[in-house]
Design a protein around this ligand. Structure first.
Ligand code: F6R
Length: 241
């Protein structure tokens, strides 16, 4: 695991965008594994800037997102498909037909997960997987558990996740209770992994991820075993190491 220290959120975002841009430059038809959440937004803004400056061509890029709420349509402004369109896809020349997010509208969980695993397999493998880090060490929606998940799975959202998310919805009843997420083993199958972490509130969990034992109770600790995992974290996030 290589750790790159960034000064602050803006520096972390630029460094992450540079790495993603380099990946696209050396392999224009890269398969990018992408994440939502607040942490990668700055990196997406940098990528859009590079594209607008004429320095980055997404025309051959394919993308596979980590997760999606079960029951939300792509038009729902809380869906992860909407997030990706809004923060990246609508602003670069990626072919939306080459972008993938789990199908939140598929009620049959087994079918939704199987189909997403088929998409991952058919892509030929993820070249670069971007990840954010949950406060409990989750990656994607893979929460602390007794064992690491394998392929795409349907998770019941924890009470704390529902509580944290309800501010974005009209009422608590509108907050989805389940989500589809790529599994830990699929994430580990990516050729390169880039974990971005920012802020003092993430410092305790980042310490466990980097220095603690590899355990499914801290799903991101599994990244210690990946042959090419890079963490780009700002000084606040690294303040306990
Ligand atoms: C998002 C995702 C989540 C987030 C994590 C951190 O697609 O899979 O694991 O990366 O919850 O979220 P932020 O960046 O909002 O702190």
């Amino acid at each position: 695991m290589q750790v790159i220290r960034a000064k602050d959120y803006a520096d972390m975002s630029r460094k992450a965008a540079n790495l993603i841009a380099a990946q696209i430059l050396v392999k224009p038809n890269s398969v990018l594994g992408l994440a939502t959440g607040s942490t990668p937004i700055g990196a997406y803004e940098e990528l859009v800037r590079k594209h607008e400056a004429g320095d980055l061509d997404f025309s051959k890029v394919k993308s596979i997102n980590l997760d999606e709420y079960k029951g939300l349509s792509p038009d729902n402004d809380q869906s992860y498909r909407y997030f990706m369109n809004d923060h990246l896809f609508n602003h670069v020349n990626i072919d939306k037909a080459n972008t993938n997010v789990p199908n939140g509208l598929e009620p049959d969980a087994e079918k939704a997960c199987r189909e997403y695993d088929e998409i991952i397999a058919a892509s030929g493998g993820i070249d670069l997987q971007l990840l954010g880090l949950g406060h409990n060490g989750h990656i994607g929606f893979n929460e602390p558990a007794d064992e690491f998940s394998k392929g795409t799975n349907c998770v019941n959202l924890t009470k704390s996740t529902i509580d944290a998310n309800k501010r974005f919805f009209a009422s608590e009843a509108d907050v989805p209770t389940q989500a589809y997420t790529m599994g830990c083993a699929s994430i580990m199958g990516a050729k390169k992994i880039l974990l971005v972490v920012s802020g003092k509130d993430k410092a305790p969990i980042l310490k466990k991820v980097i220095c603690g034992p590899v355990t499914p109770q801290v799903p991101a600790s599994l990244l210690q075993l990946h042959p090419d995992a890079i963490v780009i974290a700002d000084e606040d996030a690294l303040s306990e190491i």
